[in-house]
Design a protein around this ligand. Structure first.
Ligand code: ZN
Length: 71
C-alpha cells in the first residue's frame, strides 16, 4: 500500500498510509489528522509533507520509519 511522509507537531517525520477517504486509526481534520506517533509514542496531529521538500537523506529516514500497518 502507498505510504506518504508525514510530520508531527513536534517535528518527527515518518511514513504512514494515508487513505483519501478516511482511516480506521486516525481522526481526519482537513489536511491534518490526529494519529499515534511512533517516534514520540503519543497521539499527535500530523500533516502530509511534500517529499520533494526534503533532502534525500531526510526522505529516506522518514520512509524507513513506519507506523502500524493498519490504514
Ligand atoms: Zn511525534
Amino acid at each position: 500500500m502507498r505510504r506518504v511522509i508525514v510530520e508531527c507537531t513536534r517535528g518527527g517525520r515518518y511514513s504512514t498510509i494515508w487513505l483519501p477517504f478516511g482511516s480506521l486509526k486516525a481522526i481526519r481534520l482537513g489536511r491534518t489528522r490526529i494519529q499515534y506517533c511512533p517516534i514520540h509514542r503519543r497521539f499527535e496531529r500530523v500533516r502530509k509533507v511534500d517529499p520533494r521538500s526534503l533532502s534525500r537523506r531526510a526522505r529516506r529516514r522518514a520512509q524507513a520509519l513506519r507506523d502500524l500497518p493498519i490504514p
